[in-house]
Design a protein around this ligand. Structure first.
Ligand code: HEM
Length: 530
């Protein structure tokens, strides 16, 4: 699942963030709270050693029960969540709780009990105990929908060997460098067409409310082009009804997921509760859209094959690649592409308000999108910086497969642990001057564990690689990552090549959480044709 949130504003000499400029409290030090753990610094130092070593050397590992917590009764907590409308402010609630309790805390909400961490050293420790088949917390409502409708699950919902088998096949189509090379021209074409669509007038001011829709249109068009090898028809003056209905179904699916997170979905389904019915109907629509696209793609490829016509070297989309290879059944192709398509659409809120970065990589690359992106490190840094401050998904969750130690507390195998990205991105312990928007902080030459560049690094440990985690980490990280990153960078590059942008006001813009992090009110943006 996923969404782009780019929100910058021009300044004379540097890119400066303005969109979400609410000043949040920085993470406080450790002193004061009686529940606070033995020491943040101690824990960080300890995490540089292996868990095994620490267990031997440190005779004072504290018990799980001693981890600072927000209250023992999950139902009282759930009631407080509801009373204080905390579901929509989960990210700021987490940030405040870290400030009060230190770098690790437990929270029980309803029947869910999880440990929260934010320091890269601890997240790197969590990564080391995730095993060969990493698992996330499940969206039970999504799983219930597949079970009730007797549909196959895709990688988002699968676990164990079944997940790994599908995931390895999909990695070849969307994550590997050879795959990226194949689909870059599709993404480039969509980004160019989007600019073309905006180019009709010398200057165009976009109302905040259609803007998210426009962004969704861009992202879904890009994902659709890569996944199915066809355009979804959203960039014309009269976008196709089918495409608009699909987008609205994805929006409904997302907005109805959150309230179902802490409720027994099977029971709700049995009694036909309206919350459930709305959710299930939205998924039904998403599946029927995928079915139609797959049928169309299948027929197109079959007729080309029957006529002995080659595709002329044209990329047939992930669908075509999977069909040609025949390693996944049609049911599984459908299950996975539906999840990929929903994942690709739900995220893209692209509010890019930058000034020209001074990078002339496009001219130097002579129209080759791959070369252009390679020559534009600041674009990459910009995207990372935005996702640092406004991660789409506010946490990444794992269940360690072996007992581990975090911040000197014993964490039994199987505990739900949430790496909290939003508080991490704003922590001065992790990023110097965290509220400053500075893409340059990512321009270091060092690489992290996933081959990505590190940013604003404050120490030289392996954990330094665990700072840019908006796409998750390890083998379960976002499978759409390469699509998303390249789509965002190309979009940003084409916008910069064609427009100067400005934002009408510099007032604070607050964020809200609705399964993904969103702006409460998107800003008004003007595109001035260059
Ligand atoms: C800004 C864009 C995006 C962000 C920030 C994002 C973020 C994430 C995150 C944090 C995860 C969980 C990773 C983990 O547990 O370690 C995830 C998983 C996933 N994402 Fe994305 N995503 C984005 C775009 C996309 C796109 C474009 C697609 C599809 C084309 C996609 C499809 C998926 C799928 C299918 C999974 C589940 C992978 C698995 O369980 O193996 N995402 N995403």
């Amino acid at each position: 699942m996923c969404l782009f949130q780019l929100h910058l504003q021009l300044s004379v000499s540097e890119l400066r963030i303005i969109y979400f400029n609410k000043i949040f409290h920085v993470i406080l030090g450790l002193c004061g709270s009686p529940q606070r753990c033995g020491g943040w610094a101690v824990g960080q130092a300890a995490c540089k050693e292996s868990v095994g070593l620490r267990i031997k050397r440190n005779r004072h590992i504290r018990s799980f029960e001693e981890i600072p917590h927000t209250g023992r009764n999950g139902w009282v907590n759930l009631f407080t969540y509801w009373r204080k409308d905390r579901f929509r402010n989960l990210h700021t609630h987490m940030e405040k709780t870290f400030q009060e309790l230190g770098p690790i805390y437990r929270e029980r909400v309803g029947t869910q009990n999880s440990v929260h961490i934010l320091l890269p050293a601890d997240i790197s420790e969590l990564f080391r105990s995730e095993g060969m088949y990493p698992e996330r917390m499940t969206f039970q409502a999504w799983a219930t929908h597949r079970e009730i409708r007797q549909l196959r699950k895709g990688i988002f919902l699968k676990n164990g060997e079944e997940w790994r088998a599908d995931r390895l096949l999909l990695n070849k189509e969307v994550m590997m460098t050879s795959a990226v090379r194949r689909f870059l021209p599709q993404l480039n074409e969509v980004a160019k067409d989007f600019c073309q669509m905006l180019s009709g007038r010398r200057s165009l001011t976009m109302d905040p409310y259609p803007l998210p829709l426009t962004s969704l249109c861009h992202s879904s068009t890009a994902s659709c082009h890569v996944l199915y090898g066809e355009r979804i028809g959203l960039f014309s003056s009269s976008p196709s009804l089918e495409a608009l209905k699909f987008i609205s179904a994805v929006e409904r699916m997302l907005s109805t997921t959150l309230p179902l997170l802490f409720l027994p979905t099977r029971l709700l389904a049995k009694i036909g509760a309206p919350q459930w019915t709305r959710h299930a109907k939205a998924w039904d629509h998403i599946f029927s859209h995928a079915e139609t696209s797959i049928q169309r793609g299948y027929q197109r490829l079959s007729s080309l094959k029957a006529e002995g016509v080659s595709d002329g070297g044209q990329y047939p989309g992930v669908l075509g690649q999977l069909l040609y290879k025949g390693q996944l059944s049609l049911d599984l192709i459908k299950a996975n592409l539906t999840e990929l398509m929903a994942g690709g659409v739900d995220t893209v809120f692209l509010y890019i308000i930058p000034h020209a970065t001074g990078e002339d990589s496009w001219a130097k690359a002579e129209g080759d999108p791959q070369r252009a992106l390679q020559g534009a490190p600041l674009l990459k840094g910009t995207i990372k910086e935005i996702l640092r401050l406004y991660p789409v998904g506010i946490t990444v969750q794992r269940y360690p497969i072996k007992d581990t130690v975090l911040q000197n507390y014993h964490i039994p195998a199987g505990t739900a642990v949430q790496a909290c990205l939003y508080p991490m991105g704003r922590s001065p312990e992790v990023f110097p001057d965290p509220l400053r928007f500075d893409p340059n902080r990512w321009l270091s030459s060092r690489e992290d564990a996933s081959g990505e560049r590190k940013g604003g690094v404050t120490d030289g440990t392996e954990a330094a690689g665990f700072r840019s985690l908006a796409f998750g980490f390890g083998s379960r990280q976002c499978v759409g990552r390469r699509i998303a990153e390249n789509e965002m960078q190309l979009f940003l590059m084409h916008i910069l090549l064609n427009f100067r942008l400005s934002v009408s006001c510099s007032e604070d813009v607050e964020t809200t959480y609705a399964l993904i992090l969103q702006p409460r009110v998107p800003p008004m943006i003007t595109f001035h044709k260059l």
